[in-house]
Design a protein around this ligand. Structure first.
Ligand SMILES: [Zn+2]
Length: 487
């Protein structure tokens, strides 16, 4: 008996030893994916750029769900024509559907495929309830404590005017790119891009123009969001999630509310919704999420590196932890959000039907069909009809993280945001670039700014603002990216 015990003890010790060796091996071989970059010369950016972005912010180019304020967009056209003399003299401008614009900066070598930078002119409205919470008028373009305030100061006039400023500087220095550079500015991104980006994409298709890579808004550089990483993390979106809305309709017999059944139509529907919330679609570490960990993981502290290098062992715990934070949860699974509900006509009448809309943001590992099947199986209730909204869109294809475009963006990011760690990632919201899928093999989604969590709240929220330093860095990024891409 004693002998057997000793044998078992040795056996367990051996197992533990093997696990430790495997953990150590994976951790040691979890090698850095960062590029070694030389120190680059500092680029002087004039203070006058602040005024030009402020002017853009002062034009309230708002997209409302049903219409756009056309007068504001006319003013924005004038703004572009009157403010960028150098650009207007050197680049060819084409206006699409009155308010969207394409700029072409002809390169010297026509054998090289062009590149395209995208941005959008429109901004989201200011919620009436939150207007009072703004430190300054959302369309004043005011500078307070080295921050430029206003709707669009990040999303997305920063990218639009920032790219123009970079080209302006390059032209003034006498630079001419080898590769042709295009800019495309849509005017209705915030309401799906059907008049702007879609028409711009058709224009390029008709001209048989294909891009080496496309860069649109999307991920950015953040701090303090990756456990164990005490450096800024620059995420380059290589894919974006799809989305679909399902309408659940419950139907039962109505009647007088004085003699109700155990569960009314509303009860049936509510149960289905709570079931879907309690059982979200499974988390996955595949696709862009896997690459994000592969790139960021080796740069984290030792405990985190052991965990991320050994997802085969710690994957389950890691998924559970990430699921608890909504930002991280959105990166690892198709998310479920009940967004609208409707049912009942009077407080003493049992409703015969009730319906709810559930919005799903689809991870690249899933499709619209997977979502519909999952919902049907999970609810498992014949009293509920499931309708798929036709406006849904599957996730984008995944761009190559080894291709020229990714490498050059990574290099430029590391040159501009010193000490930043670069990783491919998944963009959880939709961008205009989804209309451009056929125009390039690789589309990347990155906004060249470093934002802390407080600043991030400004996205579509209150006190959207950008620090002057940050804005100048964005201009430097575009400046270097053009040079790095076009020599
Ligand atoms: Zn945007």
């Amino acid at each position: 008996m004693k002998k057997l015990k000793r044998l078992l003890k040795r056996f367990f010790l051996l197992i533990i030893l093997i696990v430790v060796v495997v953990l150590a091996y994976h951790t040691i071989t979890f090698s850095s994916q960062q590029i070694k970059v030389e120190q680059v010369p500092e680029i002087e950016v004039s203070d006058k750029v602040v005024g030009r972005l402020a002017q853009a912010i002062q034009i309230p180019t708002i997209s409302y769900p049903t219409h756009i304020d056309t007068a504001a967009f006319v003013r924005f056209n004038e703004y572009l024509d009157n403010n960028f003399e150098v650009i207007n003299s050197q680049l060819e401008k084409t206006t699409i559907n009155e308010y969207s614009h394409i700029y072409k900066w002809q390169g010297k070598n026509t054998l090289l495929k062009p590149i395209l930078f995208m941005a959008h002119i429109d901004v989201v409205p200011i919620e009436a309830e939150s207007r009072g919470e703004w430190t300054t008028d959302p369309f004043s373009g005011k500078v307070l404590d080295d921050y430029l305030y206003g709707r669009g100061s990040i999303d997305d006039k920063l990218c639009l005017v920032g790219a123009l400023e970079a080209i302006d500087m390059l032209i003034q220095e006498g630079y001419r790119p080898e590769r042709t550079v295009y800019l495309a500015f849509g005017h209705d991104e915030e309401v799906s891009g059907y008049n702007g980006a879609t028409t711009i994409a058709n224009y390029f298709k008709q001209k048989y123009i294909k891009f080496e890579y496309i860069l649109d808004e999307g991920s950015l550089v953040t701090e303090g969001n990756m456990p164990g990483l005490n450096r800024p993390l620059g995420l380059i979106g290589i894919a974006e999630k799809g989305y679909v809305t399902l309408t659940l309709t419950a139907r039962t017999h109505g009647g007088h509310s004085s003699m109700p059944p155990a569960q009314t139509t509303i009860g049936v529907l509510s149960k289905a919704i709570t079931t879907l919330e309690a059982e979200p679609m499974p988390a996955t570490f595949k696709g862009p999420t896997r690459l994000m960990f592969d790139y960021a993981g080796p740069e984290t502290n030792i405990p985190m590196r052991v965990v991320l290098a050994n997802r085969w062992l710690f994957g389950k715990i890691l998924k559970k932890q990430l699921s608890e934070k909504s930002t991280a949860n959105a990166l690892i699974r198709t998310t479920t959000a009940a967004t609208m509900i409707d049912g009942g006509v009077k407080e003493n009448v049992l409703p015969t039907h009730a319906s709810a809309k559930i919005n799903f943001r689809i991870h690249p590992q899933n499709t619209i069909e997977d979502v519909a099947n999952y919902v049907k199986k999970t609810i498992n209730d014949d009293r509920i009809r499931i309708d798929i909204d036709q406006k849904g869109q599957n996730p984008s294809k995944i761009s190559d993280h080894k291709a020229f475009g990714f490498q050059v963006i990574q290099r430029t990011l590391q040159e501009t945001f010193e000490d930043a760690v670069v990783a491919p990632s998944l963009v959880v919201a939709a961008t205009d670039s989804r209309h451009f899928v056929d125009l390039a093999d690789n589309t990347y989604r990155f906004m060249p700014v470093i934002l802390n969590n407080e600043e991030l709240k400004g996205f579509h929220g209150v006190n959207e603002r950008i620090s002057i330093d940050n804005y100048k860095q964005a201009i430097r990024f575009y400046y270097r990216l053009i040079r790095n891409s076009c020599q």
